[in-house]
Design a protein around this ligand. Structure first.
Ligand code: ARG
Length: 461
């Protein structure tokens, strides 16, 4: 060969050093080694079974590939940058190890279907890890909901005290967000788990390959339908990154609430010393840095999705080298999302809830005003009129520095003669939450029912 490259036959000059450095991907795609070898083993076995190479050759290859994997896992493999990527490093090493037979591994295959296969295998594992992590996070949330089914806190709209809710109900709202993320990933897995192997460079191959066999061996649901699409499709990476961008947005919103709740003004929760950090200048500080980083990490997750969409949008069929740029955002999204999910679950398990503080805050801000309006409606006053009356009561409270439940009955009756002493039942926080007693409502009874449903769904019976 005029040149050390595996593709060097038609070249008379060796690659420019700067070009080599520009095109190399092995420093990041070596992460695919395990999957690359899995794919190669399946391919080699199929070549042998179909008589495209001899059984002996196929066995030799499989043996060699397994030895290479051991070497990689032991950290003893010599990754060569001049060999560009993970695929050519492994192939070259196989040939070094088993001789001429190694050169037959790439029969009926291209790096284009090879890399697409590796990526799908890698992502399938990442999806499974993340889904398991999300299930665990949901279990933590459901556990908190169970303990706090009747812990009362202020519910907010516009970050203004709106109506009392239970903390358990709030935890289950988060759990619903995470459950949807889980569903999206499970659905993304279905579209990820198909085998592009056999599409070769773009048009398929002239050998009598068995795509079903390699798909089966690799645990794919089926071979892909179209060779051009197989080597160029990166929808599965975008779908994953979109799903975790959404997850990142959810985690960021949760983190934002944790930050607010742990602030001096709220003091609803204590995230614990182990999950906070200090300030290098202000000795009194205990900062919610983990929660802030969770909020901050969503930036990566959201931008990785954009990066992949932009990467793909200008590409004609079929494979283009642009696709090499899909790996780093995908790896980053997979690493970042699982890290965030695991640390959030641990931080929540460690969190202390200050029920008294939450309760006190829930009693402020006329949070039972809607309950008073509903009380009047039940006494046959149209809702719009009831709203007006309660508005006037609230105004009276503001002028006289009173909470609703502190207004004397006689005074209340000046606003509406229909008000009786039973009004105080609906002005208490307990009365307010207990009365929202329907599916999806904040009543402790409903929270406990929702906990039971969620546990069943999570397989905790
Ligand atoms: N390193 C390449 C990638 O990540 C592998 C496929 C290269 N194929 C090619 N025909 N240049 O996409």
């Amino acid at each position: 060969m005029s040149n050390q490259k595996l593709w060097g036959g038609r070249f008379s000059q060796s690659t420019d050093k700067a070009v080599e450095a520009f095109t190399v991907s092995v420093h990041f795609d070596k992460r695919l080694a395990y999957y690359d070898i899995q794919g190669s083993v399946a391919h080699a076995r199929m070549l042998g079974d179909r008589g495209i190479i001899s059984k002996t050759e196929s066995d030799q290859m499989i043996c060699g590939l397994k030895a290479i994997l051991k070497e990689i896992e032991a950290g003893q493999f010599n990754w060569r940058h001049d060999l560009e990527d993970v695929h050519m490093n492994i192939e070259a090493s196989l040939t070094e190890r088993i001789g001429e037979t190694g050169k037959k591994l790439h029969t009926a295959r291209s790096r284009n279907d090879q890399v697409a296969t590796d990526m799908r295998l890698y992502l399938r594992d990442a999806l499974d890890d993340l889904t398991a992590g999300l299930k665990n996070l949901q279990r933590v949330l459901v556990g908190l909901a169970d303990i706090h089914s009747d812990t009362i806190m202020p519910g907010y709209t516009h970050l203004q005290s709106a109506q009392p809710v239970t903390f358990g109900h709030h935890m289950l709202a988060w759990q619903q967000m995470i459950e949807r993320d889980c569903q999206r990933l499970i659905q993304a897995r279905e579209r990820t788990n198909v085998s592009p192997l056999g599409a070769a460079a773009l048009a398929g191959t002239t050998y009598a390959i068995d795509r079903q066999q390699t798909a089966d061996e690799l645990g794919f649901d089926r071979p892909t339908e179209n060779s051009l699409d197989s080597v160029s499709d990166r929808d599965f990476t975008i779908e994953f990154c979109s799903s975790v961008a959404m997850l990142g947005m959810h985690i960021s919103r949760m983190a934002e609430e944790l930050i607010i709740w742990s602030s001096d003004r709220f003091k609803f929760i204590d995230l614990g010393d182990a999950f906070c950090t200090g300030s290098s200048i202000m000795p009194q500080k205990k900062n919610p840095d983990v929660a802030e980083l969770l909020r901050g990490k969503s930036a990566r997750l959201i931008s990785n999705q954009t990066r992949l969409l932009v990467l793909m949008k200008g590409q004609p069929l079929a494979y283009n080298r642009d696709n090499q740029e899909d790996k780093e955002p995908l790896f980053d999204s997979a690493d970042t999302s699982i890290d965030c999910v695991n640390i959030l679950a641990r931080m929540l398990s460690n969190m202390q809830v200050d029920k008294k503080c939450m309760y006190q805050a829930a009693g402020e801000g006329f949070s039972t005003a809607t309950d008073l309006a509903d009380y009047l409606v039940k006494k046959q006053i149209p809702f719009r009129d009831a709203h007006e009356i309660v508005g006037r009561v609230v105004s009276h409270c503001i002028e006289n520095h009173l909470q609703l439940r502190q207004v004397e009955l006689e005074t209340l009756r000046q606003f509406s003669a229909l008000i009786d002493s039973d009004v105080y039942d609906c002005l208490t926080l307990e009365g307010s939450v207990n009365s929202r007693d329907h599916v999806g409502g904040t009543a402790p009874r409903q929270v406990r029912k929702a906990v039971a449903r969620a546990r069943k769904h999570l397989g905790e019976g």
